[in-house]
Design a protein around this ligand. Structure first.
Ligand code: GLA
Length: 390
């Protein structure tokens, strides 16, 4: 399917390659009405809770997603990660829920989450067991997809553990086909850690998003390590086909507030799925303020033809830019280092002509004018984020 993109001062037709188009846009061949026209937003149990999950946590998280204002800010998916499964399949060979942790069953939980205007996600692996050695879906794809659909599941994260060294494309395609065959719209999140370049084939197996790396940890170094692996992947993402640099660690306590602001700014610039990984029921005001920053979320949810990418690397100081559909530029100025530093980006570096432009600081929410360069002094381990008008 061809789709026409109007980029600033330029019209591209998205096909496999784009001769004559200075931005390569490989994306958006997904059919209209796909399940993830913008990067999915929600929450997932893994980063904070690991295997310590039960139905009270999931219900409480759905409640908190509404009461905290996260639902109003755009968050929808409440995603259960590993460890929801009973240790064995049932007598009919079907996946079944751990009845100690989820005594009301998954259908009742889905009904509850849906009653809040939210959606329920679940997890399995394209292997013989999950990463925590619960039953998983390899060679059970059709039955398991039907089970998920019957429960009212809206999103599947599909992991890569215990995969028996079978080809990834075949394993992920089997589940993609099985999900489609259920007739239920279920967002399909591939989690093979970037091992087999899923950005090259994820959409062909029905994937709406794909992890690009191994697991994030709640540390500045881990966040930057993942960031560095996003360089060059920008041309592969687009509506219904998002690069996923893993879930957020904002609010989990091992990074500073400034580091979490940088993490959230960068993930938004990358059009990453915004899947919170903290305890929504007890988060403090600064965590909530980061996760619900609508100016930043608007950058994540806008598609201007390419996800944000690094335009300058001075070692500790970096400039990242994302074209917005309006022609504006979202810009993140990043200080990775441990001393304060001044950083400046010229208008041509960020893709704008002329010297004077209106701009908005997306963390202070102040409007300002830039003349020639966008400059600021950044504290150690911090970032600033702006929208510079065209
Ligand atoms: C893998 C995934 C993580 C998480 C765990 C659960 O490591 O990459 O995101 O789902 O498995 O066991």
């Amino acid at each position: 399917m061809l789709k026409v993109y109007r980029l600033p001062a330029l019209t591209c037709i998205a096909v496999a390659t784009l001769a004559g188009c200075h931005r390569t846009v490989l994306v958006a061949t997904a059919p209209a009405g796909g399940l993830a026209p913008t990067p999915p937003m929600g929450w997932n149990s893994w980063n904070k809770f690991g295997c310590r999950i039960d139905e009270q946590l999931i219900r409480g998280t759905a409640d908190a997603m509404v009461s905290s204002g996260m639902k109003d800010a755009g968050y929808r998916y409440v995603n259960i990660d590993d460890c929801w499964e009973a240790p064995e399949r049932d007598a009919n060979g079907n996946l079944t829920t751990d009845s100690q942790r989820f005594p009301s069953g998954m259908k009742a939980l889905a009904d509850y989450v849906h009653s809040k205007g939210l959606k329920l996600g679940i997890y399995s692996s394209a292997g013989t067991g999950t990463c925590q050695r619960r039953p998983a879906s390899l060679d059970h794809e059709v039955a398991d997809a039907r089970t998920f659909a019957a429960w009212g599941i809206d999103y599947l994260k599909y992991d890569n553990c215990n995969n028996q060294n079978r080809p990834a494309l075949e394993r992920y395609k089997a589940m993609g086909n099985a999900l489609k065959a259920t007739g239920r719209p279920i967002v399909y999140s591939l989690c093979e850690w970037g091992r087999n370049k899923p950005w090259e084939w994820g959409r062909t197996v029905g994937g709406d998003l794909w992890r690009t790396t191994g697991d994030i940890r709640d540390s500045w170094d881990s966040m930057l390590h993942i960031l560095d692996q996003q360089v060059g992947l920008e041309k592969y993402s687009g509506p219904n086909a998002w690069n996923d640099p893993d879930m957020l660690e904002v609010g989990n306590g091992r990074m500073s507030n400034a580091e979490y602001i940088a993490h959230f700014s960068l993930w938004a610039l990358l059009n990453a799925p915004l899947i919170a990984g903290n305890d929504l029921r007890s988060m403090n005001d600064s965590t909530r303020a980061i996760l619900t920053n609508r100016d930043v979320i608007a950058v994540d949810q806008d598609w201007g033809g390419m996800q944000g990418h690094k335009v300058r690397d001075d070692g500790e100081l970096e400039v990242w830019v994302k074209p917005m559909s309006s022609g504006d530029r979202a810009v993140v100025l990043l200080n990775r280092g441990s001393t304060a530093a001044r950083i400046a980006a010229s208008m041509s570096e960020i893709g704008l002509s002329g010297a004077r432009h209106g701009a908005r600081d997306l963390w202070t929410h102040r409007d300002t004018t830039v003349d020639g360069e966008l400059a600021t002094t950044l504290a150690p381990h911090s970032a600033a984020m702006y929208l510079v008008h065209h």
